[in-house]
Design a protein around this ligand. Structure first.
Ligand code: CTP
Ligand SMILES: C[C@](O)(CO)[C@H](O)COP(=O)(O)O
Length: 391
């Protein structure tokens, strides 16, 4: 992993357990839950954080290749940010293996069970924010709803515990990095069932924040069944995105705009074919899916995209979305400019763009009453809004 990456937060996703209590043929993190493995679902939630984080996946030795393939699907082209390492015999050993991969720039570490596959992005964000605000170890936790009994080996009740003072700990658990490193270096592997206990044993302060019901750990077959039911009850997540693109007119009469060729009209200059409408659509879709923008996904300086058509970018964008579990619902674009006169070819443009996106694209156009660079006829702007659904 390159030392030049300056990420401040890392998430270690422990996925190296065998899943004995689940009893599946595969290690638990690689078991399917409605079309995605538990690991994939955990990673997708993390990748939707608004600021990039380092992700270290800790996998069983025999499943490193599988874990890497899942990471590549969820975070294409981000090998430097999402890495996979081999875990240990216990969860404690696996966390330690993950910690050893954390970048020097990282000052906050979250540790997460891949088995908590439905954990929402907001819980990761809440934990990270609470660590930064307090400097303490942070554990998301839920009140205990059952009465609690202390029992002997035969099941005889020895006593009770006051549930009002107890909480059920979830993950991700977050910590200042240097103190977590020190705590793991000092701890004995067999003593602790979670990272907060390791941290507290070395004197670190630990605070709880509210957990989330859907962040439950998939431990048994019953839990997996419950996760299926929960997913069935969660409506598809919808997200919106905006994209804006501007290109100046060049000299040659070779305009491509909104997927159409415009004979007799001046071209829009750019590294590609300058189709501002297609590029704004890409940015809106990528932004809606939290996948960056056209520059970060396609490399506008990449010779592979020199003179590339709008179709290449739009279809490529839709493929990136699909790989991340998103599909477009609709896109609306407005062209701002004096030329070309758009209305006569609106239907034609909408049909082409709708085919590329695979969902309805509507296009409108306006002038700016002679104001600004578009009013002076120097170029064209396009503004797009996209709605996408997360499957
Ligand atoms: N040696 C281990 C053991 C556990 N884990 C991870 O720690 C998380 C919580 O552990 P648990 O639910 O107990 O998973 P398993 O150990 O796989 O389950 P079991 O105890 O039923 O075998 C899981 O994401 C699991 O993959 C790990 O990375 N390495
Ligand atoms: C870390 C944890 O998920 C917090 O509740 C839990 O302690 C893991 O325990 P397990 O015995 O490995 O399931």
């Amino acid at each position: 992993m390159s030392a030049h990456l300056q990420l401040g937060t890392a998430v270690i996703v422990v996925a190296a357990g065998s899943g004995t209590r689940l009893g599946a043929a595969l290690p638990k993190a690689f078991v399917d839950l409605a079309g995605q493995t538990l690991l994939e679902r955990s990673l997708r939630s993390i990748m939707l954080l608004p600021s990039p984080v380092q992700v270290v996946v800790v996998a069983p030795a025999d499943f490193v290749v599988d874990a890497q393939a899942i990471a590549n699907t969820v975070a294409p082209g981000l090998e430097e940010i999402v890495s996979v390492v081999v875990g240990g015999a216990t969860r404690h050993d696996s966390v330690a293996a993950g910690l050893a991969q954390v970048l020097p720039s990282v000052d906050v570490v979250l540790v997460h069970d891949a088995a908590r596959a439905l954990t929402p992005t907001t819980l990761f964000a809440d934990v990270e924010m609470a660590v930064r605000a307090t400097g303490a170890g942070i554990v998301p936790a839920l009140p205990v709803v059952d009465s609690l009994k202390q029992v002997d080996v035969t099941g005889g009740v020895l006593g009770i515990a006051d549930r009002a003072q107890l909480r059920a700990a979830q993950t991700p658990q977050g910590f200042p990095r240097s103190e977590l490193d020190a705590a793991y270096a000092a701890a004995s592997a067999s003593d602790f069932t979670d990272d907060a206990a390791v941290f507290a044993a070395q004197g670190g302060a630990v605070t709880t924040i509210p957990g989330d019901d859907v962040a439950f750990k998939i431990t048994t077959a019953w839990d997996l069944n419950r996760a299926h039911h929960v997913l069935g009850g969660i409506p598809d997540a919808h997200r919106v995105g905006t994209g804006i693109d501007v290109h100046a007119f060049g000299e040659a009469e070779n305009l491509w705009l909104a997927g159409l060729h415009w004979p007799g009209e001046k071209e829009l200059s750019g590294h590609s074919d300058g189709d501002a409408v297609a590029h704004a659509i890409c940015d809106a879709l990528l932004s809606a899916a939290g996948l960056g923008d056209i520059g970060s996904c396609f490399g506008t300086d990449d010779p592979a995209y020199a003179n590339a058509s709008g179709e290449v970018f739009v279809r490529g964008t839709v493929e990136l979305l699909a790989a991340s579990g998103f599909e477009p619902i609709n896109v609306s674009v407005q062209i701002v400019g004096n030329r070309p006169r758009f209305s006569a070819r609106r239907e034609e443009a909408q049909a082409v763009l709708t085919k590329w996106v695979g969902a309805p694209v509507s296009v409108s156009a306006t002038t700016t009453d002679g104001l600004g660079f578009t009013g002076r006829g120097e170029g064209v702007a396009a503004i797009a809004n996209a709605l996408v659904r997360q499957r």
